[in-house]
Structures are given as structure tokens and as C-alpha cells.
Design a binder for this molecule. Structure first.
Ligand SMILES: Cc1cc2nc3c(=O)[nH]c(=O)nc-3n(C[C@H](O)[C@H](O)[C@H](O)COP(=O)(O)O)c2cc1C
Length: 344
């Protein structure tokens, strides 16, 4: 993705509008379920509103919109980091209107501030982070780096819990069961097919180049081939040094889903900054029975939002997933709320 392609309307606008537009463009890099990029930005003067795009929700995989909201939370965190690194201070109101649940956040520029080093580090990572489904290298993620990932989750109001060997086995059994359950549902295979076979040029969905090779791992990877069968065998020939972890929140409301997404973004960007790599695992969350298994694994303390596979990246080439054009995602309005000349 090209950096900072500014819609024409933003180029003519005041600095805060321009900075918010740049932040919304950069937020397009955030990870999302099936690369659905289910968000929209509306920017007017010094305010940017983040909205859920329900047309991009996955009705079978994600009927409640939990993973959609997690994805939007990741975009929100990306935008906050991007704005901070160009020297703007903002106040963010999350779910500010009870009567309008799709309005997920309102971000207002309130001044200028020297960018912090920590933010610059995450901004650097943003351009380099990709979901990495390749086998990881034969070395452990250094414990201090893991500690930083856990701290990154905590700062966003969530928890990251690395799993011990027995817990990894339980995660593997639950993930294999989730795969079997989902693949047995023709609606799931149809949804997977729709998001893995997007028309050329739409710049969303999962492209085959970014999918995993089929080789048994300690925890099965989601098979992204809708005509295939779920991966249910486990083996530690590859990924022997992989760390598996669960990202959770204390309660299970839309506000928690949004916070989980912000935490997911913070964890993934911190991992990249630390030289580690990750791939989210959410099929085990999508099936209620296996999500309950993960809750039990956390001893009932909290609600699992996504599992993560963490490791040190290998050196084979890593493909980047495409992103929608900023003009399709960002609307810029003038002070009276009328659309400006139109993005692009
Ligand atoms: C909430 C959420 C759930 C995800 N679940 C999975 C998953 O189960 N399996 C997987 O391989 N990738 C998963 N991903 C990764 C997305 O497929 C990935 O972010 C998207 O394709 C964009 O690619 P990128 O992360 O490389 O930018 C998930 C991402 C998010 C945000």
C-alpha cells in the first residue's frame, strides 16, 4: 500500500483534517477477519468517526459482529498511533452514541504533542507487519519480548496469556474440532469461498499467496481452501518453538470487542518491532462450544477474543495482503457536514 495517498478534499483542508485523513489511510493496514476491512471513516474538520461497515460482516463466521468489531478496534489503534506520530494529540470517545451502535469511535484532535518514541516504533512496525502463516524459525521468542506483548495487551484493557504445553494440547483439540464443525456447514464453506475468491482488483479478502502451506502444526491452521478439508492432525515437525497465546477481556460487550482489537493491534505491532511474527487463530472462537473450551482453559477468568501463534519469522518470502483504496473507505465532509469534492 502506498503511504499517505491523500484524497483530494484532504489536500485542500486544514492540518487537523489532513492528519486525520492520513491516520485513516494508514489504519487501512490493520489486520481484519478474512481481510474484510469492515470499517468506514467519516472526517469533518478536526473529528474522525469510525463506523462498522455491516455489509462486510461475515454472517456465518461472525453472526454477532464480534470479530468485525475486533477488526475495527485494530484499525482504531492503528489510526491513534499514526496520528500521534505526526504530532497531534487526540481524544477518543469509544461507542459514544448508545442509539447508534455502529458508530464505534469518535476521534477529535485537541492539540499538538511531540511524538513519543514508543509510538514511532509502532508506526515503523505498521509498514512491516503482516500475518505470517509460514512455519516459524527453530528459536523461541525471547521471554522479554513476550513480556512486552503481554504489557501491550494490558495497556489497551485486555490480557495476553501465553499457554503452557498441556494448554497448547487443549487448544489444538479445540481448534481441530472448530475446523470440523465449520467445514461441515455449507454456509461456512460458501462464506470462505466468497472471501478467498474475491474478484481481481477489489483489494480485499484472502489471496492464495498469503495462505499457509499444508503441514501439520502443533495447533491446526485454518484451511483457507473452501474445497479442502479442515486440518485436524497435529505435529511438531514444524513450529516446535511457536508460542501460542490467548487474548482475552474481562467481559464480553461490544466495548470489550473494540478494546480487544486495539490490544490485538498493539500486540502485533509490538511483536513486529521486537523481530517476532504472528498469525491470529479465530476459528476456535467462532464456534461457541470451542470458545467455551478456551474459557475453561482460562479458568473462567475472562472471555477469549482471539488466539495467537507467535514466533520468530523464517526467511522465505512473505506475501502482503491487498488493501482497499482509501477513497472507498474514507469520506471527508466540510464544516456543514456536506461531502467535499469527493475523495480521490
Ligand atoms: C479478528 C481477526 C481474526 C483472524 N482470524 C484468522 C484466522 O483464524 N486464521 C488466519 O490465518 N488469519 C486470521 N486473521 C488474519 C487475517 O486473515 C489478516 O489480518 C488479513 O488477511 C490481512 O492480512 P495482514 O494481517 O497480513 O495484513 C484474523 C485477523 C483478525 C483481525
Amino acid at each position: 500500500m502506498t503511504e499517505f495517498i491523500e484524497p483530494r478534499a484532504a489536500r485542500q483542508a486544514q492540518p487537523a483534517t489532513r492528519a486525520l485523513t492520513q491516520a485513516a489511510v494508514v489504519a487501512g493496514r490493520a489486520p481484519s477477519i478474512f481481510n474484510s476491512q469492515p470499517w468506514r471513516w467519516r472526517i469533518a474538520d478536526d473529528v474522525a468517526e469510525l463506523r462498522a461497515d455491516r455489509q462486510r460482516q461475515l454472517p456465518t463466521v461472525d453472526p454477532d459482529g464480534r470479530l468485525l468489531t475486533v477488526s475495527c478496534g485494530a484499525a482504531l489503534h492503528h489510526a491513534c498511533v499514526a496520528l500521534a506520530t505526526v504530532g497531534f494529540a487526540a481524544e477518543v470517545a469509544r461507542l459514544p452514541d448508545e442509539g447508534d451502535p455502529d458508530l464505534l469511535a469518535r476521534m477529535q484532535v485537541v492539540g499538538v504533542r511531540e511524538p513519543e518514541r514508543a509510538m514511532l516504533r509502532l508506526r515503523w512496525a505498521m509498514a512491516r507487519r503482516h500475518t505470517d502463516r509460514r512455519p516459524f524459525a527453530e528459536v523461541d521468542v525471547p521471554p522479554p519480548a513476550l513480556h512486552q506483548l503481554c504489557e501491550a495487551a494490558e495497556t489497551q484493557g485486555a490480557h495476553l496469556r501465553p499457554l503452557g504445553p498441556d494448554e497448547v494440547e487443549r487448544l489444538a483439540v479445540a481448534t481441530a474440532r472448530a475446523g470440523r464443525t465449520e467445514f461441515a456447514d455449507p454456509r461456512y464453506r460458501a462464506e470462505l469461498s466468497a472471501w478467498t475468491g474475491r474478484p481481481h482488483g477489489t483489494r480485499n479478502g484472502i489471496e492464495p499467496a498469503t495462505a499457509a502451506h499444508h503441514e501439520p502444526r502443533p495447533v491446526p491452521m485454518r484451511n483457507l481452501d473452501p474445497g479442502g478439508v479442515p486440518d485436524t492432525t497435529t505435529h511438531d515437525l514444524v513450529d516446535r518453538h511457536t508460542c501460542y497465546a490467548i487474548l482475552s477481556t474481562d467481559t464480553d460487550t461490544p466495548a470489550d470487542w473494540l478494546a480487544a482489537g486495539e490490544a490485538l493491534s498493539a500486540v502485533l505491532l509490538t511483536a513486529t518491532a521486537e523481530g517476532a511474527a504472528a498469525s491470529p487463530i479465530s476459528d476456535v472462537i467462532e464456534v461457541p462450544a470451542t470458545r467455551q473450551t478456551l474459557r475453561d482453559l482460562l479458568s473462567g477468568a475472562g472471555y477469549p477474543m482471539v488466539a495467537l501463534r507467535l514466533g520468530v519469522p523464517g526467511d522465505s518470502p512473505l506475501a502482503a495482503a491487498a488493501r482497499r483504496a482509501p477513497a472507498d473507505v474514507i469520506d471527508i465532509a466540510d464544516a456543514q457536514g456536506r461531502p467535499r469534492a469527493g475523495p480521490g
